[in-house]
Design a protein around this ligand. Structure first.
Ligand code: FAD
Length: 390
C-alpha cells in the first residue's frame, strides 16, 4: 500500500474540489418530503457533473472511481460541507450495486439510469419483528401465483419507506424451507396496492423509520433478482456492499466532528471556570478520539485498496463499522462532559442541538446495518478465522 498520492490522484482531488466549490447546495430541509426532493436534486446534479455511481462500472453509467479516488472524493465532500446521500443512500450504495451484480439485463436497464439520475428512492425491507440479527428466520411469505409473487407479512425498521419508490424486499417463497433456504430477493414497487406504512418516531424526534405491512401485495416475478428461493446469496451481496462502502464517508465525518469537539472544549468553560480543554481527563479523551480517527482512516485506506485489488468488498468493512460506532458513542460521552446540562437542550430537531442529535444517533450506528455484536461475530469468523463457539 502506497500512502503517497500520485500526481493523478492530486489532480483528481483538485478537480473534485473545484466542482464541489461551484455546486454544493444550501442546507438540507428538515421535513421528510422536502428532504427527499433535496436529496434527489443533489443526486441529479452529481449525475450531470459526472459524479454519480462513484464506484459503479462505466458500462452502467457509473464514474468507475477507484477506492482511493472515492476516499479522496468523500474527503473533499466533507471539506466542502457537501450533502451526504441522505435518502439516496440505499439506492446508491447497495441496491444499485446489487442489481449490477445479480439482476437481469431488463431490470438493470430500467432501474440503474433512474437511480443515477436521482429519479428513484429505495428502501430496504429485510428486518422483521422476529428477524433482525437472525435474518434467516424471516417469515413474510411470498406465494407464487402465475407470473406474480403475492406477499403477505410485516417488515420493521424500514428507513425511508414513506418516501421510497422501490424496495429491496426479502420474502420466504418456500413455506417448507428452513433458515436461509427458500428466500427470494424481489424489487417491490412501494406504491403497490396492499402496502401500509406506519412511521416509528425515534428519540431524536424523527420518523424516518417505519413498520411496513403487506396484505396480498402482487409483485411481478420478473422483479426477482437472482433465483426464486435463491435470495439469501443476493441478500449477502447487498449486505457486503452496505458494510463495505457505506461507512467510508462516516469515518471522515467523524474525524471532522472530533476536531469540532476539540474546538468546543477550547471555548467552553466548566463549572469551575476553567475551559474544558484544561481538564486533563477531557483533553486525554479527545486526544484518544483523534488517534482513533487516524486508525479508522488507515483501516479505510487498507480496505479500499483491498477492494481495488479484488473487485468486491470483503468482511473488513465490519471492522470500520464496529470501530466508527464505538468512537461515535465515546465522542457523545466526552461532549456531554463538556456541555453538561446544555446537552439536554434539544427540541426534537437536529438543528436545535447537533451534539445531542449526534449522541442519540450514535446508538443507531451500533444497531442499523447489523449490531456491533454481530460485527464482532463476523470479524471473529471471517476476518480472524477463529473457531466457532457453536
Ligand atoms: C435506525 C435504524 C434503521 C434501520 N433501518 C433498516 C432498514 O432500512 N431496513 C432493514 O431491513 N432493517 C433496518 N434496521 C434494522 C436493523 O438491521 C436491526 O435492528 C438489527 O439488525 C438488529 O436486529 P433486531 O433489532 O431484531 O435486534 P436483535 O437481533 O433481536 O438483537 C437484540 C440484541 O441481541 C444481540 N444479539 C442478537 N444475536 C446475537 C448473536 N448471535 N451474538 C451476539 N449478540 C446477539 C444484538 O446484538 C442486540 O444487542 C434499522 C435499525 C435501526 C435501529
Amino acid at each position: 500500500m502506497d500512502l503517497v498520492y500520485t500526481p493523478e490522484q492530486i489532480e483528481f482531488r483538485r478537480k473534485a474540489r473545484d466542482w464541489l466549490k461551484e455546486n454544493v447546495p444550501g442546507t438540507r430541509p428538515s421535513s421528510r418530503e422536502e428532504a427527499a426532493a433535496y436529496d434527489k436534486a443533489w443526486q441529479r446534479r452529481l449525475h450531470d457533473g459526472g459524479w454519480a455511481g462513484l464506484n459503479w462500472p462505466k458500462e452502467y453509467g457509473g464514474a468507475a472511481l477507484t477506492g482511493i479516488q472515492s476516499l479522496i472524493w468523500f474527503e473533499e465532500c466533507e471539506r466542502a460541507n457537501a450533502p451526504a446521500y441522505g435518502l439516496m443512500s440505499i439506492a446508491q450504495t447497495h441496491a444499485g450495486p446489487t442489481l449490477i451484480a445479480r439482476a437481469s439485463e431488463d431490470l438493470k436497464a430500467f432501474h440503474l439510469p433512474r437511480i443515477l439520475r436521482g429519479e428513484s428512492l429505495w428502501c430496504q425491507g429485510f428486518s422483521e419483528p422476529g428477524a433482525g440479527s437472525d435474518l434467516a428466520s424471516l417469515k413474510t411469505k411470498g406465494v407464487i401465483d402465475g407470473d406474480h409473487i403475492v406477499v403477505t407479512g410485516q417488515k420493521i425498521w424500514t428507513t425511508g419507506a414513506s418516501t421510497a419508490d422501490y424496495q429491496e424486499l426479502l420474502v420466504r417463497t418456500d413455506p417448507d424451507s428452513e433458515r436461509h433456504r427458500g428466500l427470494t430477493w424481489i424489487i417491490c414497487d412501494m406504491r403497490s396496492p396492499g402496502i401500509t406504512i406506519r412511521p416509528i418516531e425515534t428519540m431524536m424526534g424523527e420518523s424516518a423509520i417505519n413498520e411496513v405491512f403487506y396484505d396480498e401485495v402482487r409483485i411481478p416475478i420478473s422483479n426477482v433478482v437472482g433465483d426464486i428461493n435463491g435470495g439469501w446469496s443476493v441478500a449477502m451481496s447487498t449486505l457486503a456492499f452496505e458494510r463495505g462502502t457505506t461507512f467510508l464517508r462516516d469515518q471522515i465525518s467523524l474525524s471532522a466532528k472530533v476536531e469540532r469537539a476539540i474546538d468546543l472544549a477550547r471555548r467552553t468553560p466548566l463549572a469551575d471556570g476553567r475551559f474544558a480543554i484544561e481538564d486533563s481527563a477531557i483533553a486525554e479523551k479527545l486526544a484518544e478520539l483523534k488517534a482513533e480517527g487516524l486508525g479508522h482512516r488507515a483501516m479505510a485506506v487498507a480496505n479500499v485498496s483491498n477492494v481495488d485489488r479484488t473487485g468486491s468488498p470483503g468482511p473488513e468493512g465490519s471492522m470500520v463499522k464496529l470501530l466508527v460506532g464505538g468512537t461515535y458513542k465515546a465522542l457523545g460521552e466526552v461532549v456531554t462532559e463538556i456541555l453538561g446540562l446544555g446537552m439536554l437542550d434539544y427540541d426534537h430537531s437536529r438543528a436545535s442541538n447537533p451534539w445531542a442529535y449526534d449522541f442519540m444517533n450514535s446508538w443507531v450506528v451500533t444497531i442499523a446495518g447489523g449490531t456491533s455484536e454481530i460485527q464482532k461475530e463476523i470479524i471473529a469468523d471471517r476476518v480472524l478465522e477463529l473457531p466457532r463457539a457453536r
